[in-house]
Structure formats: structure tokens, C-alpha cells
Design a protein around this ligand. Structure first.
Ligand SMILES: [Fe+2]
Ligand SMILES: [Fe+2]
Length: 218
């Protein structure tokens, strides 16, 4: 057979689902029971097709080896972005109730915006991409696109799949929803705040970003 072998999946167990709620306790803040269950299924599906046992095993990085946290793992990012997005939504919603922000979409979208990282960060995938970049590209699919695939596969609503797909640079190619824009801003605020505060490993900050924190003469 040509090309990459199909993804090996281990079964999704209740223990795996329980670990996801342990790692992302904000899941309980999603009011809609079906949406809550599908957020858990999304992460379970993602992890079960990866080398990772649970979300907290994923490193605290924006992209593989890029924007690496001095302290913490991927749950610190997901929870931080979700809480920041909730904060933005509450403040803006209080000042402008006519925005009618959907808080369930904010929480669910914050928690799954990086659900594709189990694929993009997986050492097995990264080794393959490094070995056969000419055939696959590197990565073959970035985490926003893979996250969208996961969202649709487990039956998450289009609003959530859109947040996974468009929270990062891919979102510059389309018009973001209101909730996606809030999660996008929360995501960038998370990294930029830690960058400005010296809490990212500097050798993992891209040069174009690094110049704003160390190369400027004032
Ligand atoms: Fe991301
Ligand atoms: Fe993120």
C-alpha cells in the first residue's frame, strides 16, 4: 500500500473519558448535556488515535517545539484560554448584551480549539513527517484542520468545528464567528501575555515575534 498507514486507534473507555473531565474540569460548565458529552468524545477520539494517554501528557506548546511554556502542560493552555474567553464574553456581554454571546459555545470551543494537537504533536507522526516530508509535507495536516475533522467525526456542531478550524492562522482565510473571534483573541492573549512576562522558553519563540521582547532598544 502506498502512503501513510491508517491511524491505529485504541478503544475509547470510560477511564479515558474520566481522565478528560479530570484534566479539563471546565467541561462541567457546559450547560447542554449533549454538547458536554461530545466535547469529551472529541478529546477521547483524538487521544485514542495518538500516542498520548491523556491530555495532560501533551506538552505545553503552541506548536511542536514552538512557544514552549517554562511551566505547565497543554491543559494549562486549554483551561487558560477557556477561562480568558469566558472572561471576555462576560465583560463584553455585560457591556453589550445585544452581542448575545453563546456561553456554551465559548466554553466548548475553548476546550476543544486545540483538539487536533494530539495528532500534530504525536512523536510518531512527527518522526514520519521528518522522514518523508517530500511526500507528506510537515506536518501533513496542522492541528486546526485535524481538529475540525475530529469535531465533525464525533458529531460536534458546526459552530465548534469552526472554532477548531479558524482559531489560528487558518481563520485569516475566512470570516470568524463571534465566539470564534473571542476564542482566537483568548488564545493569542494567552501566548502573548506569557511571552511579555518571560514565561516562554525564548529559544522556542519565532524570531519575528522574539524581536518585540528582546531585540528592541527600549
Ligand atoms: Fe491552536
Ligand atoms: Fe491554543
Amino acid at each position: 500500500m502506498r502512503g501513510t498507514p491508517p491511524i491505529q486507534r485504541r478503544p475509547v473507555t470510560d477511564a479515558l473519558r474520566a481522565s478528560i473531565v479530570e484534566d479539563l474540569p471546565e467541561i462541567k460548565d457546559i450547560k447542554d448535556a449533549e454538547l458536554r458529552a461530545k466535547v469529551i468524545e472529541g478529546w477521547a477520539f483524538s487521544l485514542a488515535g495518538s500516542s498520548y494517554q491523556r491530555i495532560s501528557d501533551l506538552p505545553g506548546e503552541g506548536n511542536p517545539d514552538v512557544l514552549v511554556l517554562k511551566r505547565g502542560n497543554q491543559t494549562d493552555h486549554l483551561r487558560g484560554v477557556t477561562r480568558l474567553a469566558v472572561g471576555i464574553a462576560k465583560e463584553m456581554g455585560a457591556a453589550y448584551p445585544e452581542l448575545a454571546i453563546d456561553m456554551d459555545v465559548i466554553v466548548a470551543g475553548g476546550l476543544v480549539h486545540d483538539v487536533g494537537k494530539a495528532w500534530e504533536f504525536d512523536p510518531v507522526n512527527r518522526k514520519r513527517w521528518n522522514a518523508v516530508q517530500k511526500q507528506t509535507g510537515r506536518p501533513s495536516v496542522r492541528h486546526p484542520a485535524f481538529g475540525m475533522h475530529i469535531c465533525f467525526t464525533v458529531g460536534l456542531p458546526e459552530e465548534i468545528a469552526h472554532i477548531a478550524m479558524a482559531h489560528s492562522g487558518e481563520g485569516e482565510l475566512l470570516v470568524r464567528s463571534l465566539e470564534c473571534m473571542i476564542v482566537h483573541q483568548a488564545d493569542y492573549t494567552f501566548w502573548n501575555t506569557l511571552l511579555a512576562g518571560g514565561q516562554l522558553k525564548l529559544d522556542t519563540v519565532p524570531p519575528a515575534t522574539r524581536k518585540y521582547v528582546i531585540d528592541r532598544p527600549f
